[in-house]
Design a protein around this ligand. Structure first.
Ligand SMILES: [Zn+2]
Length: 379
């Protein structure tokens, strides 16, 4: 009897292990705009050598309806690494859509060893409003930054956190050995062609250095970002920044398509020679941001632009009041390169005027770099 019980216990344990290793795709039976709806995805279940499209069923809303995320899977003819490309965590960032679509467009599953999964419109209600934040119905219409609530919680206290939990557990985690999360600056600001990466981790550094872009920051990440949550779940990831919000940046997008394809080549998913890399592009590396912040309200005249080199003590902006009187002149406290700037001319005190990427002498910035206050991340 004891033997039978032990055998049954072993069988139960084995079943659990199998279930954990193989999440299994769940089809809800719904079809929306010709796409089958899934509430869980495991790319291992899909037919090799072709592309597949789905809607992933996200969180339910107050109306009882759900938010759905477009998902495209390029499943290689042969097995290999699983790469996840994510766009739309913020709703006012559209160059990520184009960069991921263009990357997917050049993939031929018949020539691939492994799988590339593209996910769009992650924060769907923010996307509909062309805004950074997800508006929830609770507490009189709070705005939630979805890139501060990862890995989410399926039983969490609001719809955005639950949505993040569903997406993280049932869509991202089972289908990613490596992940790229594509962003831009938030509305009102602007960014270079930039990557945040935990450069102290060799697997992450190897991916970041394959992008022929303008700047890379060694960065420890911030709790609640998707990049940080993926890395903590054992999935090396980068936060990518493709310039400014709301429109396609035709100059910068191709750099990230080339870099993304390089990452797929690094992991053996697609064949072919490497394209240009950070080394070829002369990418500027830094491990700290110097943030110049407005101390007054008023109108801003910028004296520098993105990627400009600045010296310590250099004047970067002049601010005037409505009488045209100068109320403040802002200077950089460090030598480095301009990474982000404020494009909105009229600003309140506290607003970031510019952020300058530089190499800090502080040993605490070695390894994965120095981090920011949450409000200083502009990803
Ligand atoms: Zn973003």
């Amino acid at each position: 009897m004891r033997t039978v019980t032990t055998a049954l216990a072993s069988l139960a344990a084995l079943t659990l292990v199998t279930a954990a290793a193989h999440a299994a795709t769940v089809y809800t039976g719904d079809v929306i705009q010709g796409k089958r709806v899934v509430s869980a995805l495991d790319v291992n279940d899909l037919e090799p050598g072709k592309k597949h499209s789905f809607y992933f069923q996200g969180v339910q809303m107050g109306t009882g309806q759900h938010w759905y995320l477009p998902v495209v899977v390029a499943k290689g003819a042969r097995p290999g690494k699983k790469i996840l490309l994510i766009s739309g965590v913020h709703g006012d960032e559209v160059s990520p859509v184009d960069a991921v679509q263009r990357t997917m467009a050049v993939l031929d599953p018949a020539q691939m060893s492994g799988t590339v999964t593209a996910v769009y419109d992650v924060s769907r209600p923010a996307k509909e409003g062309v805004t950074r934040m997800w508006p929830i119905a609770q507490w009189g219409g709070q705005l939630i930054d979805l890139n501060r609530v990862w890995p989410g919680n399926e039983d969490g206290g609001n719809a955005a956190i639950r949505h993040a939990g569903l997406v993280f557990n049932r869509l991202f985690k089972p289908n990613a050995d490596y992940a790229l999360d594509y962003h831009t600056a938030a509305t009102g600001g602007d960014f270079t062609a930039f990557i945040f990466a935990k450069l102290g981790k060799p697997e992450i550094r190897a991916m970041a250095e394959l992008f022929p872009i303008e700047q890379i920051k060694s960065d420890p990440g911030f709790p609640g970002t998707l990049e940080t949550s993926l890395v903590e779940a054992g999935i090396p990831a980068l936060t990518i920044e493709i310039g400014g919000p709301r429109s396609y940046d035709r100059r910068l997008i191709p750099l990230f398509v080339e870099g993304g394809l390089n990452v797929l080549k690094l992991h053996g998913v697609i064949p072919g020679p490497m394209g240009r890399t950070a080394k070829d592009a002369g990418t500027f590396f830094g491990d700290d941001f110097h943030t110049v912040r407005a101390t007054h309200g008023g109108f801003l005249e910028l004296l520098v632009d993105l990627t400009d080199r600045v010296a310590a003590g250099q004047k970067v902006a002049i601010q005037r009041n409505s009488f045209g009187e100068v109320v403040k002149e802002y200077v950089s406290g460090v030598a480095g390169q301009v990474s982000t700037i404020q494009r909105d001319a009229m600003i309140e005190p506290g607003t970031r005027v510019v952020q300058i990427l530089h190499d800090s002498a502080d040993p605490k910035c070695d390894g994965d770099g120095c981090g920011e206050e949450s409000s200083d991340y502009v990803e």
